[in-house]
Design a protein around this ligand. Structure first.
Ligand code: CA
Length: 236
């Protein structure tokens, strides 16, 4: 029986495709690669992989369309591969159901980290209620979701309701990027103004409270033009 974690890789640039396939194979993953969206989708339907790596710029179909199509029938984690200039497309990909993205050019360690995080979050779905009871812990920061208590090196941090909602959303999704719009609609509701200003103000206040140097955060990172990513829970 083959118990390797299987990944479908959809990427039309042959060099990148073979580099990624070699890296992942050497790490013990089972890789199936496709160079077009159509071939990729049929690979996914026939092999039901554990994870999908998807290039956004494919010759036969828009990557966003590929995500939408996959999401109509599967919740397999999708990591998008994109170019540096595609900020808007990354946001669109995340809002359409992609789990994360990786920007070209990237190294093997970054790729492996993204894959591990996405796989952990997909395993989490089954035990979601159990895991949300367990506090978030990374370095000196703890977020206890049951007590709604945030501590830094053992001292309680006083957050406003809004600040707590933002921190707990990011902590529950630690290691993943959460788009500005997702934060805004989770915290202020689906009809909130999509202006990011109030979010930025709240984030500045949160950073003043939890970061040693708010200009160089070590807990909540900004992904410019996209959203925030919280340092991954070390126990997840
Ligand atoms: Ca491409």
């Amino acid at each position: 029986m083959n118990t390797k974690i299987s990944i479908v890789l959809i990427e039309d640039e042959k060099n990148i495709c073979s580099f990624m396939a070699a890296t992942l194979t050497s790490q013990g993953y089972k890789i199936s690669a496709a160079h077009t969206a159509k071939a990729g989708i049929s690979l996914i339907t026939s092999s039901c992989p554990d994870l999908i790596l998807l290039d956004l710029g494919l010759p036969d179909m828009d990557g966003i369309e590929v995500i939408r199509e996959i999401r109509t029938w599967a919740s397999i984690p999708i990591i998008v591969i994109s170019a540096r200039t595609q900020e808007q497309e990354k946001v669109l990909a995340l809002d359409n159901g992609a789990d994360d993205y990786i920007t070209k050019p990237f190294g093997p360690s970054e790729l492996m980290a993204r894959i591990r995080t996405a796989l952990r979050h997909s395993n989490r779905l089954q035990t979601d209620s159990l895991l949300s009871q367990r506090p978030y812990r990374a370095k000196d920061l703890t977020v206890d979701f049951e007590k709604r208590l945030v501590t830094l090196a053992g001292s309680e941090i006083h957050l406003t309701q809004i600040e707590y909602k933002i921190v707990s959303l990011l902590a529950k999704n630690s290691g993943r990027v959460i788009t500005y719009d997702t934060v805004i609609s989770n915290v202020w509701g689906p009809y909130a103004d999509d202006n990011n200003r109030i979010l930025r103000v709240n984030m500045a206040n949160i950073r003043r409270k939890i970061e040693k140097n708010p200009a160089e955060p070590c807990y909540i990172f900004t992904e410019i033009g996209i959203g925030y990513r919280m340092l991954e829970d070390k126990e997840s």
